[in-house]
Design a protein around this ligand. Sequence first.
Ligand SMILES: NC(=O)C1=CN([C@@H]2O[C@H](COP(=O)(O)OP(=O)(O)OC[C@H]3O[C@@H](n4cnc5c(N)ncnc54)[C@H](O)[C@@H]3O)[C@@H](O)[C@H]2O)C=CC1
Length: 484
Amino acid sequence: MKGMQPKASHFINGAYVEDEGGAEIALTYPATGETLGRVYAARPDMVAEAVRAAEAALPGWSAMTGAERGRILTRAAQIIRERNRDLSALETLDTGKPLSETLVADAASGADCLEYFGGMAATITGETVQLGADFAYTIREPLGVCAGIGAWNYPIQIACWKAAPALACGNTMVFKPSEETPLTALKLAEILLEAGAPPGVFNVVQGAGETGAALVDDPRVAKVSLTGSVPTGRKVYEAAARDLKHVTMELGGKSPLIIFDDAEIEDAVSAAINANFYSTGQICSNGTRVFVQSGLKDAFLTRLAERTEAAVIGDPMDEATHLGPMISEAQRAIVLSYIAKGLDDGARLVTGGAAIDGPGYFIQPTVFADVTDDMAIAREEIFGPVMSVLDFDTEDEVTRRANDTEFGLAAGVFTRDLARAHRMVRALQAGTCWINQYNLTPIEMPFGGVKASGIGRENARAAIEAYSQPKSVYVGLSAVEAPF
Ligand SMILES: NC(=O)C1=CN([C@@H]2O[C@H](COP(=O)(O)OP(=O)(O)OC[C@H]3O[C@@H](n4cnc5c(N)ncnc54)[C@H](O)[C@@H]3O)[C@@H](O)[C@H]2O)C=CC1
């Protein structure tokens, strides 16, 4: 298997840079466990160099018109689309996610995002406020150098979701991908340069938490956008607070998917599958607590088991494959430990429940029924293909139980009664809700969490607020009055 080794580890000021003195990070293909290359973590000097490059590029980039910046982002989107197959194959090598997914959901979503904010860049303006004879106007200014830190489940998508709005607003960025998936952010850096972004506008440094922390701590960084777990979010938020930096936190979840008796059953089963097994369950917004009203329970579980057992698990490069491996042996071990806890706690295993023998970090898609609210599998984010099905009887009861969690990323409601659906989403504590759908995250819709699941929103116009700030200018046109 070829194609994993990048030219060098980091991309700073428009060029690949190497420093073999940093900690080595093996590039492992999760489907076979083979090591197919290596990168090195950025040491503090390298992080400082990347921030310096981003700072130096800031005056020129922010002085361009929005239309000029937008044209570059749009061109980058076009290049990504032209290279979608190669980028998707690289993403599959890095993450193990099946090509059938990466072809449609990863680089393609990144291109959607660059196109969206590329189109919007020229419309980012202030406003004018008439104040009697005087008036005020606002100038929407970039924040400065932004740090982006990514998780491993959607590497190029996360990089684009952060870079596109940041760059559209006139900021520059240093992005640190997850140490598990260093590759496609480097490709994005190449593509942005090729599309016309000046050197230093988008830089990439590799490394784990230490590198991320060095980036967050750099006093020249004005804003930090993290996609990661809640514990990491707490650390990064705390570090950013020391210098009162702006933050966007896209964190974990344990989201409810609520299915009423009157739901269209095949749609509800499809949604439960998408909400738990897409990307082998490694999605922050997954609806891992599937509440099913008592009258539908048996029929739902029967169809769910039949369809789950028909999933094609195996070679991610084969486009007929539905489920690839977990990202790593360590993550698979975590998921297996949760399955063991589920069994210990008395949940009923409907299907799956075991690792799959052979090379790579494969695991069966797993469904538990008769799960109760107090079980670990119902309370903690597992980040793997484990679905918990819980029973409920009434709307009030399920609303209360759905909200009884520290998380608040997403929620879904399946019912034919639309008045009930809208009433429910008003009551559900979640940043994103779906009615009769699940896990679709178009760029046009703000995405983010409430409670411990995050701060701020990505995508849509909301992201412009997250990467710019208004400067208010009062213009006096009358005589200045003073008390004496
Ligand atoms: N809300 C959202 O949009 C999404 C959230 N996630 C969440 O991400 C988690 C899984 O991803 P992981 O990569 O395992 O998360 P993680 O929290 O372990 O790592 C996330 C990133 O933070 C970096 N990091 C770790 N410690 C740091 C520190 N002290 N300072 C700065 N950076 C640090 C890591 O190197 C990595 O790049 C899950 O909890 C999942 O729910 C994943 C995707 C989307």
